[in-house]
Ligand binder design. Structure first.
Ligand code: AMP
Ligand code: ZN
Length: 286
């Protein structure tokens, strides 16, 4: 799940309160390019006796099959949140995000739509600025009626306000997570838009860098995709993980813990598996 530290609309504390009210047994905060939400979330978790797993989500520079529009994201779990190497790299990524937001605003201006950087920054409110904050600023300025409309008209690839993001390669991102003691998982593999042998060979390449799991269970995967991804994870000896990818009002049809119309159920065994992998690493195994 994502908090106001990146592009969610609930604070880390409010997320934890909501998760506790829903009687979830553990949650992972996986903000984009920042771990700033973790200390307040973990502290709030203690008040409710709810385990908050350290997480982060990284965009990956990846040249998928031409014109497929595939996107790769990587999740890191159970790393040392105060690892200096991780902190530096995330800070660099956030600086690049700020510059990109400024370029997006320039492009929008050229397309006849004026919003200020201050407005976008206010929408971001925290650490990592992203397109959802630009979308919110466009909504507040009355240019669009919804976040979805902002993406559809301005912010998706091919639209007048689209800008690429500076991202790590798969190898850099996986090594970054591992060097901080964490477990690297391929986020929502459905967005790669690969199937069969092509998907398998991509996953194999990532395993070569130290990938440990596939996020088979995800709000926007179909039931069939979830089945296929679980089967692939089992075949390759990877962990199966899951998440709602809750973003609050930035993705209003996704509910915390249960996804879209209850299509997400993440068993406790997922966390057991992640922990076993993290502990094995801590003990000096690879
Ligand atoms: P960024 O990291 O700045 O590229 O923004 C990525 C975020 O925008 C992710 O949380 C996406 O899920 C979200 N996003 C991408 N496309 C859409 C869309 N059409 N509607 C709402 N959110 C979107
Ligand atoms: Zn993602």
């Amino acid at each position: 799940m994502h908090s106001t530290a990146s592009d969610g609309t609930l604070s880390p504390e409010a997320l934890v309160d909501l998760a506790a009210a829903q009687k979830l047994s553990a949650i992972a905060l996986t903000d984009h390019d920042t771990v700033a939400g973790l200390p307040p979330a973990i502290a709030q978790g203690k008040k409710h006796s709810l385990e908050v797993v350290p997480g982060v989500e990284l965009g990956i520079q990846w040249n998928g099959p031409e014109a497929s529009g595939g996107q790769m994201h990587l999740l890191g779990y159970l790393f040392r949140a105060d690892d200096p190497g991780l902190g530096e790299r995330l800070s660099w990524l956030r600086d690049r995000r700020r510059e990109r937001a400024q370029r997006i605003i320039e492009k929008l201006k050229a397309a006849g739509v004026e919003i200020s950087f201050e407005r976008v920054e206010a929408a971001a409110g925290g650490e990592a600025i992203g397109r959802p904050h630009v979308a919110r600023a466009l909504m507040e300025a009355g240019v669009v009626l919804s976040i979805g409309e902002a993406f559809g008209r301005f912010l998706s690839p091919g639209r007048p306000g689209y800008e690429d993001k500076d991202e790590l390669t798969p190898e850099q991102a996986i090594q970054l997570i591992r060097s901080a003691g964490g477990v690297a998982v391929l986020a929502h593999p459905g967005t790669l838009k690969l199937k069969g042998a092509a998907l398998e060979s991509c996953v194999k390449e990532l395993m070569g860098y130290g990938l440990a799991g596939l996020e088979a269970i995800w709000s926007s995967h179909s039931a069939e995709q979830m089945r296929e991804l679980k089967a692939l994870a089992e075949k390759m000896g990877l962990l199966i993980t899951g998440g709602s990818d809750f973003h609050g009002e930035n993705k209003p049809d996704i509910k915390l813990g249960t996804g879209r119309r209850n299509n997400v159920q993440v068993p406790d065994s997922v966390l057991d598996g992640l922990r076993i992998r993290a502990e094995a690493r801590g003990a000096g195994a690879s």
